[in-house]
Design a protein around this ligand. Structure first.
Ligand code: URA
Length: 197
């Protein structure tokens, strides 16, 4: 797949798994497809399925606020997508089979965006990209990878909805800090390749 147009058209007609029969729309992504940072969530919910955009429901509103508070320009600094592009009925977790069938679309998105930093929001994205199951409380905020591309696990915004507190050391506070760090690394100027004078 060489272009966003080709990816969007092919993915929009996808019938690889059972989710195709219950979806209203395929939810590919939003934001700047040339951004230095890609944020990956789990799967669309009801609002996302209706609007065709990721993270537009309650958890998306919280995510956008935390991103803005961390200094992000939402239309320039990042691109947002999910591991699975169609809504699982009743917002259940996507199955392994659904994740596997959907994986080529995610891989093509990663290749096209080619971000310096990938933020993994929640357990499904962490498992998909890092192969690590569970343990998010320890993993969040710990950089993975390196050189060409860095990955940063963070709490999923739906989890943050369960905790209203914004106090220091609260899950929302940690997430805002993690997003700030991710933005700094993604937007940092590339190291100078010229030899010192
Ligand atoms: N949760 C996700 O992981 N993705 C969305 O797009 C919405 C809610």
């Amino acid at each position: 797949m060489q272009s966003w147009a080709a990816l969007s058209s092919a993915c929009g007609q996808c019938q690889r798994c059972g989710l195709a029969s219950s979806r209203q729309q395929v939810v590919l992504g939003r934001g700047n497809p040339e951004a230095p940072l890609l944020l990956i969530g789990e799967a669309p919910g009801q609002q996302e399925d209706e609007q065709g955009l990721p993270f537009v429901g309650r958890s998306g509103q919280l995510l956008d606020r935390l991103l803005e508070e961390a200094g992000f320009n939402l239309s320039h600094d990042l691109y947002i997508c999910n591991v699975v592009k169609c809504r699982p009925p009743g917002n259940r977790k996507p199955t392994r089979e659904e994740r596997q069938q959907c994986r080529p679309w995610l891989d093509q998105q990663i290749a096209l965006v080619n971000p310096r930093v990938i933020v993994l929001a929640g357990a499904t994205a962490i498992e998909a990209l890092l192969g690590i199951k569970g343990g998010i409380t320890k993993l969040r905020g710990q950089w993975q990878g390196g050189e060409q591309r860095w990955l940063l696990p963070v709490f999923h915004p739906a989890y943050l909805l369960r905790f209203g507190s914004e106090a220091e050391q609260s899950p929302r506070w940690f997430t805002r800090q993690d997003l700030k760090t991710a933005r700094e690394r993604a937007l940092a100027p590339p190291p100078c390749s010229l030899p010192p004078p």
